[in-house]
Design a protein around this ligand. Structure first.
Ligand code: C2E
Ligand code: MG
Ligand code: MG
Length: 565
């Protein structure tokens, strides 16, 4: 059945009116102005076009003539060839900031050559608004109302990605409240929250206009600041922060003084991610916790941390794979020149990196807890070597081995049980084992250290105080604890030749040892001159490259045979 054009047009209006969404038929008008041929009520009210169709001054409907929807419409009608185009668009300010899914569908041109299309608009404004407020909520710290870590990182990212960004023109400063968890435990969570809020307020008062403050962690706050005069600006901020914290905080009945640590990191071209800048500042913060000053991140810190971490992984493997060895450095009886024992020193020959020094891997072992298994291995291995030497010599040699004990072992391991195990499995007497521990092992927990040392005495083992003079052992401990030997730190020994102070210190240590009835071992003797000087001062034992470097077990035994025969 043929349909007349009028019937067809009337039918179109009927369909439009039946739709639950805003829809209109739009065509190209004269001079590129878009014309609405017909529209439904939804569309008219959205476009605020109340006039009757046909008479509607469509060039005044901004939404159609300008803005993203208008532009897309025009392109679609003039250039495009695809039958349908769908996109999301906000209408900017034009229709009260509404958001739509816009669908354009080409219509047949009919008798004329005018290009026409159907535009339909699904209103998504409510959904977009909800998303927006949800996002705002996601970016806000609910306790302080400050931007949170996510928001902070977004701000930093914006700056990093700005086309005019200049290296070093911004800094991230992190401020961490010291002892917050302790305070929180004492005063309770409510008061703790109150403290955090007041702390944030104080921080805010130290900022300049334009600085951004955010809560980046529990008791950690981040500040993003522009640097007008370089890094000094950031350090000055650190000072201002400390100043505003000098007045104690009032929490109901309590007055609490709160201090902070401050770490700074520059925004440079090398960092791509905001999270990295924050992490860098946190590295500096860690250092600030130790130094008590504001610290600035230096590029090699992260590298050092990564290096430590890879060493830890490989050290674990090396210990499990029995790849560590012990080298034995002779301990010389200075008056006679004979070898009285050996100090066992851990050695790690890494397959790619070569020798790694114990000064590098022992701290990693301590930090990671690996020192417990390393320490037990060293005890067993040294005792076994001594038993082996006896077997080779066919008699019990007048020798002892010194094994180093870390403060961590004293604190966390059952050292006496480990020593007793090493003695019984090797069969050597306790008196042939000397345990070397540093002053820090005692200072950390004197009571525990006392118990451990007494248990060691019970096994007949000896105890030497390693690196003596570098720690802060109180003299009363020296007197009270069952210590047999003081090992005078290498730094004093090496300094003796040129430096009167070092001589005085060594002399003082020697007379102290004499008064307490302790033997002495001078570490790091590198020349005959030093060996002589120390012997004359009354030092009983010496150790150092002048006599021998740490040796492999067989070479050590040969050294003993050559020297003591
Ligand atoms: P330490 O116990 O004070 O050991 C003496 C260090 O001085 C050794 O360094 C030794 O090689 C070095 N040394 C000896 N004579 C001289 C000398 O004349 N000149 C110079 N410049 N150095 C000399 P090493 O072997 O690098 O060990 C460093 C530290 O690592 C040791 O200091 C000890 O604290 C620790 N360590 C080594 N092995 C172990 C272990 O099995 N367990 C634990 N807990 N620590 C260990
Ligand atoms: Mg030692
Ligand atoms: Mg030492």
């Amino acid at each position: 059945m043929a349909v007349s054009p009028e019937e067809k047009q009337g039918g179109q209006q009927e369909y439009l009116d039946a739709l639950p969404i805003a829809a209109a038929v739009v065509c190209e008008g004269a001079k590129g102005i878009l014309q609405i041929e017909r529209a439904n009520d939804h569309f008219r009210s959205l476009a605020r076009c109340d006039e009757r169709l046909g008479g509607c001054p469509t060039d005044q409907i901004d939404a159609l003539q300008r803005g993203p929807i208008g532009l897309a419409l025009r392109d679609f009608l003039t250039d495009g060839s695809e039958p349908v185009l769908q996109f999301e668009a906000g209408d900017g300010q034009v229709i009260g900031g509404r958001h739509f899914i816009v669908r354009l569908a080409r219509l047949s041109s009919g008798a004329t050559s005018t290009r026409r299309c159907l535009i339909s608009l699904i209103d998504k404004t409510a959904q977009v608004d909800t998303e927006r407020s949800l996002r705002a909520e996601m970016l806000r710290d609910s306790l302080t109302g400050l931007p949170n870590r996510l928001a902070f990182n977004e701000r930093v990212e914006e700056i990093l990605q700005h086309p005019n960004f200049k290296e070093g023109s911004y800094s991230v400063v992190v401020v961490d409240m010291t002892r917050f968890s302790r305070v929180n435990e004492c005063v309770g969570a409510m008061a703790g929250d109150e403290l955090l809020i007041s702390f944030a307020r104080r921080l805010f008062s130290a900022l300049r206009a334009g600085d951004v403050l955010a809560r980046t962690g529990g008791d950690e706050f981040g500040i993003l600041m522009r640097l007008d005069n370089g890094l000094p600006d950031a350090l000055e901020l650190g000072e201002r922060v400390r100043t505003v914290l000098t007045t104690p905080f009032r929490l109901s009945e309590l007055e609490i003084r709160v201090d902070c640590s401050v770490g700074c990191a520059l925004l440079t071209g090398n960092v791509e991610l905001a999270e990295e800048v924050l992490r860098n500042a946190q590295f500096a913060l860690k250092r600030s916790k130790l130094s008590g000053r504001s610290e600035v991140y230096e590029a090699n810190q992260a590298k050092a941390a990564r290096h430590r971490f890879s060493i830890e992984t490989e050290l674990r493997r090396a210990i499990e794979g029995d790849q560590l060895t012990l080298a034995y450095q002779p301990l010389i009886d200075l008056p006679t020149g004979q070898v009285s024992g050996f100090e066992a020193l851990a050695r790690w020959e890494h397959e790619d990196r070569g020798q790694i020094s114990p000064t590098e891997f022992i701290p990693v072992a301590e930090e990671s807890g690996l020192i417990l298994s390393l320490g037990r291995w060293a005890l067993d291995s040294a005792a076994r070597t001594l038993a082996d030497w006896d077997r080779k010599a066919g008699k019990i040699l007048p020798l002892y081995v010194g094994v180093n004990l870390s403060a961590i072992q004293i604190a966390r391991d059952d050292v006496a049980a480990a020593v007793s195990g090493a003695l019984s499995s090797s069969g050597i007497a306790g008196s042939r084992l000397t345990l070397e521990l540093t002053e820090s092992a005692i200072i950390q927990d004197p009571q525990r250290a006392t118990k451990v040392l007494e248990a060691l005495k019970g096994l007949d083992a000896k105890v030497a105080m390693d690196d003596f003079g570098t720690g802060y052992t109180s003299l009363s401990y020296l007197q009270r604890l069952p210590i047999d030997t003081l090992k005078i730190d290498r730094s004093f020994v090496a300094g003796m030749l040129g430096d009167g102070d070092s001589v005085a210190i060594v002399r003082a240590i020697l007379s102290l040892a004499e008064a307490l009835g302790l033997a002495t071992t001078a570490e790091g003797i590198e020349s005959e001159e030093l060996a002589k000087a120390l012997t004359e001062l009354g030092c009983t034992h010496g150790q150092g490259y002048y006599f021998a470097r740490p040796l492999e077990p067989q070479a050590a035994l040969d050294y003993w045979l050559a020297r003591n025969a």
